[in-house]
Design a protein. Sequence first.
Length: 474
Amino acid sequence: MSDSHSDALVFFGATGDLAHKKIFPALQALLKRGRFDAPVIGIARGAWSLEQLRARAHDSLIQHGGVDAAAFEKLSGLLRYVGGDYTDPATFAALRKELNGAQRPAHYLAIPPALFGTVVEQLEKSGCAQGARVIVEKPFGNDLASAQKLSQTLQRVFSESRIFRIDHYLGKRPVNNVVVFRFANAFMEPFWNRNYIDSMQITMAEDFGVQGRGAFYDQTGTIRDVIQNHLFQVLSNLAMEPPVRTDSESIRDEKVKVLKAIPPLEAQHLVRGQFRGYRQEKGVAPASQMETFAALRLEVDSWRWKGVPFYIRAGKDLPVTCTEVLARFRKPPSVIPEYALFRNHLRFRISPEMTIAVGTTVMGADEMMNGRSSQGEHVEMVASRHPRPEEMEAYERVLGDAMLGDATSFARQDYVEEAWRIVDPVLKAGTPIYEYDKGTWGPSEVDRRVSPPVGWHNPAARDEEDFRIASSTV
């Protein structure tokens, strides 16, 4: 184990849903790859036994990815359990005993942010914070003020370099592939700017509703849940400048610069929607004004992107589940007028499969060589790749990076504050909410008020073969 690698993982909320769905599967995967070999100390309020925690981990793996006998046996041997109240110093005295002299523990706070202050204070008083890192889950506050307060709570004990704010979207391979594709291919740079790109749009669609999480969602909404964090990260990857070095701080510096170049979102550039039936969901207020859909327009006032609108939309109960980016190019001069109807585009599909596609205009299938019999045909050249079983899941990647001390895939505090600065004013403004039918692309007001120059590109459930003229594996 290297000197930078954490020598113990402590996760608070060991009996909760996040541990069951994500943390145990990620730990097993890390063990299978040989990326992890340290004590795992679960802490929760319940008076569980160690055997109960092992049974919980086993059930987690059965339901979320399957049990690898050898890796699970190793995980079982590494597991420890401390039960007790987070306000009780005895709980943290027991934790210190289980740490057994670990010098670089990582404390994963898989608990509500309201408990962070209590836990961090007890970690400091017990000596468990010395030399440690802290890992926290989104949401990083509910607005700018609460994000700053949360940061102050953490930074009373942990320096910024030891705070790892998980946004699991940064653990997704296709999200990072956008950066690699941009900076590792020489042909991208000449046209990836305001001179050639007319507009950019990012869509994150889900074909399901709140799935029993009405109480949580009614306090959060689409902008806070996925746009201000996940989709701003995608936007940053699309718009950032090449970092001068590949260390985590240089990369994160460039992402912060993107957000600094974005003026605050204005009310006239936002449409919020709510699917019909949302207010009947359990835990949702009868007169709720919380959005389950949002479409917005932003500007990135940098040298590269000045004047290019960035459109973002996300929502629940839409026609498909898919996350996709579409960059539309400016129209070429009309030297051949009958072919000037279509705009070229570059399309990145982030999920469910990873796709890179180039939209082009070619001679129509029924045309003569002189090109006078029709107006051409719009087709795509597509390279598509489905996830493979051996690939890292997002939580495995970010948890492994946090244990290693690699902060590249984590949000820095200045980034978090800039993201909130952009959306805060309009969130507090009480903009109207418009209903939309389930299975549609949001309220009709979107097309009238927040629409790209030639309209939204609506992702299909999958890339249809009819639109491909070439394909390969990437």
